[in-house]
Design a protein. Sequence first.
Length: 105
Amino acid sequence: MPNPQIEEFAKILVRKVRDAAIEGSDQNLNPAAIHVIAKRWRESAHSGKLEPIAKVLIPDVVDDTIFYLLRAIDEGILQLSFTDSSGQTINLSTESPDELGGWYG
C-alpha cells in the first residue's frame, strides 16, 4: 500500500488532470461546440472509419491531458520540482507561475 502522500498525489492527478481532460474532451463532442478542435473531430468522423478519427482524437486528448497537468502545476495544486541534466533543481510552480500551461498551449 502506498504512503498517504503518494495516495494524495494520485488522487489529485486523477481529479485535476485525468478527469479535467475527459471533461474537456467531452465538451468537444457537443454538436453545438464551435471550438476548432470540436470542428476537427466532427470532420474526421465523416469518413465513418475508426483510423482517421483516432488519428485526430488521440493527439488532441493527449495534448489536453498534458495541458491540465501543467495547469495543475501552475496553480500550485501539484507542487513538483525538476532536476535538470546539470543537477540543478527548481520548483516548477514558483519558477514559472501561470506560464507552463500557456507555453504548452
